[in-house]
Ligand binder design. Structure first.
Ligand code: 4NP
Length: 147
């Protein structure tokens, strides 16, 4: 399975999702992340997010931001956005006829009743965001196991 996590800047939520999800699934899965905006292309994840993830044993330091593109619809089996704005920005780039599944990350954590992953770049709640990302990642891993 090839899974792509997408947020706005690709320096907080989606690299954290990539790192957390990679830690809970086998290497057989291809896992990547991207941002709908190009502001931070080439940059490592945001320092405070790296610090919060590192405290949980998740090393994000080797990741670099890239911008989501329409080619990603063909390169991945499942694309996962963090909020409704991500979903509409992604959907706008879908090639004609492409049917790649596009979901909200929180769809995999119905028990939280969250309808998006809040952006810690604004909320500054890096640990709260990581808690939710861990719950969503566990739910996604279960969903993939069940096929
Ligand atoms: P992310 O957070 O989408 O979770 O990576 C953001 C990071 C940077 C900005 C916005 C959101 N920014 O405006 O630079």
């Amino acid at each position: 399975m090839k899974v792509l996590f997408v947020c706005l800047g690709n320096i907080c939520r989606s690299p954290a999702a990539e790192g957390v999800f990679r830690a809970v699934v086998s290497d057989a899965h291809k896992v990547d992340s991207a941002g709908t905006a190009g502001w931070h292309v080439g940059n490592p994840p945001y320092g405070p997010m790296q610090t919060a993830a590192s405290a949980r044993g998740v090393d994000l330091s080797s990741l670099r931001a890239r911008q989501f593109s329409s080619a990603d619809f063909d390169a991945f089996d499942l694309i996962i956005g963090m909020d409704a704005e991500n979903i509409s920005n992604i959907e706008r780039l879908r090639p004609p006829g492409n049917q790649t599944e596009l979901r909200l990350f929180t769809d995999y954590a119905p028990e939280t009743q969250a309808d998006h992953v809040p952006d810690p770049y604004y909320t500054r709640d890096f640990d709260g965001t990581l808690d939710l990302i861990e719950t969503c990642a566990a739910g996604l891993a279960r969903a993939l196991q069940q096929g």
